[in-house]
Design a binder for this molecule. Sequence first.
Ligand code: MEV
Length: 324
Amino acid sequence: MENRIKISAPGKLMLFGEHAVVYKYPCLVMAVDKRMKVEIVKRKGKEIFISAPQLGLMEYRKKVEDLGKYEIPKTVRFIEVIVKNIFKQYDLTEGLEIKTSCDFSANFGFGSSAAVTVSVAYGILILFSIKVSKRELFDICYRSVLEVQGVGSGFDIAAAVYGGLLYFVGGGKIIEGLDVKKLPLVVGYTGVKADTPTIVRQVAEMKRKEPKKVEEIFIGIKNIVEKAKVAINKREYKELGKLMNRNHKLLKELGVSSVELDNLIEAAYRNGAYGAKLSGAGGGDCMIALRQAQDKYRIEEAIEKAGGEVIDVGLCSEGVRLEK
Ligand code: MEV
């Protein structure tokens, strides 16, 4: 039996439907060709060692019997909780060494927490020859992420597990892959790190105060997602761009955009993009713009002039996988 294993899972970009998806509406999410990588080694003794050098974390250690107990540093929270849950569910007690590395910065909002959760879970299951379906893997990872951050639709977990471009209904009620290999996007990072749970709670507060208004926005977003699904399948990019603009407008009404996001979106739009919107929780992180091939460099230049950082990402069809 293997004692050492390497696993990777993709990050994600939200295309349409953020926030509404938390309330069981649909969204469209795309797995990206930048991956979280995890190496797991069996180790003598009943302790877990975790290293995430990119986050400045070296050999954090915890006894298996103490997993999930006491103060857990933010940088290892997702890993420790998924190890605890997998160990509990499958009655495991062995020592492990876990080391992560990532193709993308945790600041981009590409779903590093979801990707690391899925990679660690999948790696441990393979290491101990436990077979599960993708659905079971999604379920255990989703429960684990909810245990750590309290809120979330699970769309990022689905992207890490399944890869590709997914139509996803909040909580994983529907996870459906679309037959698409690429999407002509430009991605701009605002330079501002957003805190997703805080913004999700801010929207929840607005929903509590103005339920009718927020519900109407969510229904508007849902209708856009359904139309975008059709437009993607038909490769109708002009229409898709218009839907992006409408989705962004509704997100602004929810109060989750920011000056930085709006500047980059405006710059992309003025320089030929079919449409543009924020991607993810808002408040910072990234925006996306849909473009024609010939406008790529013009839009990228405009985003940089407006203070953004262009991130070169494409669609990745492969979800979590074993690395050689
Ligand atoms: C964050 O990237 C997207 C949200 O819809 C939260 C979630 O779906 O978990 C705001």
